[in-house]
Structures are given as structure tokens and as C-alpha cells.
Design a binder for this molecule. Structure first.
Ligand code: SF4
Ligand code: SF4
Length: 346
């Protein structure tokens, strides 16, 4: 199947073609806030080029607040409702590739063989996924350091490379190929393909770190002094987890109003003190040190051991947004690369 090209001034035709077949989910700009993934209304203008900060696709697949069960006991009668999202064909456009790969991590948690989360599954099943490679890389990205990003292409159905006045559209699955074969797109020229290859190389090499290729899951040390240093700085605000495309922890709460009860889930994080607080008062992670350590060991070691995927995809949000400038790239270099270099010198 040949790759194809979408001229940006024909984007409306392409979206119209998709809208006849799918619910389109794409980032939409908001006033004074980063673009957010949502189901497109007719009046929405999606931000397709991936050039600006974005909320993660996780916010669509696993909303920040989601009612799981509603119980209404009005008039002595008990009604129980489970408001599952509608199952319908969806296409998600223009997630950063790091965020699309993070969906693989979420899938391991919510579509596990032993337990399928029905709320997540309703949005995720039948989702066709096209990721974007923007014209300019962000300074904080380091995807090529955490994994072989070539393998990530199999996590999506296609890629949209921003080549200025056009998107180069590459299909990476049968579903993706079928879709772009029938879509109103132009044939890609050799010049387009060369420009696409150049952009892909730029993405692969962005933010390469000394720890790249160092199999972090084998080398991260439980007792490294770096965890204490991170803990001393961390104010436990939770930003790094809430904005992470692959962090999946949630809490479940009940809200009562007279004769109604709503059971909902909302974000939670291992960075909060009460995250591991048990009913009888014991807290196995009672200080910030084990909490800071848990965040990195879970992403780079435990998730790899458990699921065979790296839990961090190098999207850089936690690097950009931490209010006290904790940069996990520095921590990973300190804990893995420096000891290896010292051993080699000895
Ligand atoms: S964003 Fe920074 S300060 Fe906030 S919990 Fe994460 S590491 Fe700690
Ligand atoms: S860079 Fe930070 S926010 Fe992004 S995937 Fe890795 S841990 Fe999560």
C-alpha cells in the first residue's frame, strides 16, 4: 500500500470522509489551556499538527472524573444505573507518538486478560489510531532513549508527519491502509517520502540521553541516594502523574445527595501520602523517599517485568511541568549511567 498525502487546505474533506464512518476524537484548543482530546462537534477545529502542549489521550480514554454507578432511591424505589460509554467506531487523530505508545501501557492495565475494565474498553475497542510527528520536536522529548521507537509504529494504525503545507500519511496496519486507500488524499511523491524520512530521524534522535539503550529495568538500584535527593525536593503535588499519558492509578469515591448516590473514579497517584495508607493506619510508604522511588521503579522496572513494556514513553510532560524542576532524565542518568561508568573505569 502506497503512503499518501493530505494537503492541509483539504483537511475539511478528509475530516468529512472520516466523520461519515467514525466518531472523530482529536485535540481541540481551549482558551488559556492546552488542547484537549474530545469527540469533535461540527463547530470544533481540531489542532492536528501536534506543535503545542496537549493534554494526553488518557483524558479521553480514562476521564479525570467518571461516574461508574448511580443509585437513586427516590420514592422508596431503588434504581441502579451503570452509565457505560457508547461503543461505536472511533478514530483518534494526532496523538503524539509517545502518547499513542502510552495507550499500550494503559491497555496492559485495563484490558488485562484476567480483568477487562468495561468503561475503558467501550472507548478503546474499535479505536483506529493515527499519531502525529510534528514539524518541530519539543525540547523535553526523549522517546528514543526509553525504547526502540521503530517498534512503536505497530501500536498505531498510521502516522501523520507534518511537512508544512501537507501531512504525509503512512499506514502501519491493515485497518490504517484500508482507510487511507479510500480517503480523499493525494499520492505521496519521492520528495514527500524523503522529507518524511528526515522528520522520522529527527524524532528518533530527539533528546537522546546517556541512559539510552542501557536496559534500565536491569540497572535501576533500590538503594540509590538519588531517591532521597528527589524526595527532598518533591512537594508531592501529583502533577507528574496526573499529566503522564501512561500513569493509570485512580481512586473511587461516593458522592451522596439526598436520595442519590454516585460512585465515581478520579485520578490518584503514588506521590500522595494517603495513596498507600491502609484502613488500620499503617502506611508502607510513609515518607516521600519510597514514593519518589516507586514512581521511577514502577515505570522503568516493574512494568517492564510485569507487562514487557516500558512505563515511560519520554513525552517530557513531567520534565516540563514539575514545579520544583525534578527531571527524571537526570535521575536516570545518575542512577544508571554514572555507576556503570565508574565500574568500567575501576
Ligand atoms: S511534579 Fe515534581 S513536585 Fe510534583 S509530585 Fe511530581 S516530582 Fe514531586
Ligand atoms: S516523560 Fe514523564 S510524563 Fe512522560 S511518559 Fe515519562 S514519566 Fe510520564
Amino acid at each position: 500500500m502506497k503512503d499518501r498525502v493530505l494537503l492541509k487546505d483539504k483537511t475539511g474533506d478528509f475530516l468529512g470522509f472520516l466523520a461519515e464512518r467514525f466518531e472523530i476524537v482529536a485535540p481541540v484548543e481551549r482558551a488559556d489551556a492546552p488542547a484537549e482530546f474530545k469527540e469533535l462537534a461540527e463547530s470544533d477545529v481540531p489542532a492536528l499538527d501536534g506543535s503545542k502542549p496537549m493534554m494526553t489521550p488518557k483524558d479521553y480514554l480514562l476521564p479525570r472524573h467518571e461516574v461508574l454507578v448511580k443509585i437513586d432511591m427516590a420514592g422508596g424505589e431503588t434504581k441502579v444505573e451503570t452509565p457505560l460509554p457508547e461503543e461505536k467506531p472511533r478514530v483518534m487523530l494526532c496523538a503524539w507518538l509517545a502518547d499513542a505508545q502510552a495507550i499500550q501501557v494503559l491497555d496492559r492495565v485495563f484490558l488485562d486478560r484476567k480483568f477487562v475494565d468495561p468503561y475503558y474498553s467501550c472507548r478503546r475497542e474499535n479505536l483506529v489510531l493515527f499519531a502525529v510527528i510534528p514539524a518541530e520536536m519539543r525540547w523535553s522529548w526523549f522517546s528514543g532513549s526509553v525504547d526502540d521507537v521503530e517498534t512503536w509504529k505497530s501500536s498505531v494504525d498510521g502516522l501523520m508527519y507534518d511537512l508544512g503545507d501537507r501531512f504525509y500519511i503512512e499506514s502501519t496496519s491493515e485497518k490504517g491502509a484500508e482507510l487511507i486507500a479510500s480517503a480523499p488524499l493525494s499520492e505521496a511523491s519521492e520528495t514527500d517520502t524523503a522529507a518524511k524520512n528526515k522528520l522520522w530521524d529527527a524524532f528518533k534522535n530527539t533528546g537522546l540521553q546517556p541512559f539510552a539503550g542501557k536496559a534500565l529495568y536491569e540497572n535501576l538500584a533500590w538503594d540509590d541516594p538519588i531517591w532521597e535527593e528527589m524526595a527532598q525536593k518533591c512537594i508531592a503535588c501529583g502533577m507528574c502523574s496526573f499529566m503522564c499519558p501512561s500513569c493509570s492509578c485512580f481512586d473511587i469515591q461516593d458522592e451522596t445527595c439526598g436520595h442519590c448516590v454516585e460512585r465515581y473514579r478520579c485520578r490518584d497517584t503514588c506521590q500522595f501520602e494517603d495513596f498507600t495508607l491502609m484502613g488500620h493506619g499503617h502506611n508502607p510508604r510513609a515518607t516521600q523517599l519510597p514514593r519518589s522511588r516507586q514512581r521511577l521503579l514502577h515505570k522503568f522496572k516493574y512494568q517492564h517485568e510485569q507487562f514487557g513494556v516500558v512505563g515511560c514513553t519520554g513525552c517530557g510532560r513531567c520534565v516540563e511541568l514539575c514545579p520544583v524542576n525534578i527531571d527524571i532524565r537526570e535521575a536516570l542518568n545518575r542512577t544508571c549511567v554514572e555507576p556503570m561508568e565508574q565500574k568500567a573505569e575501576a
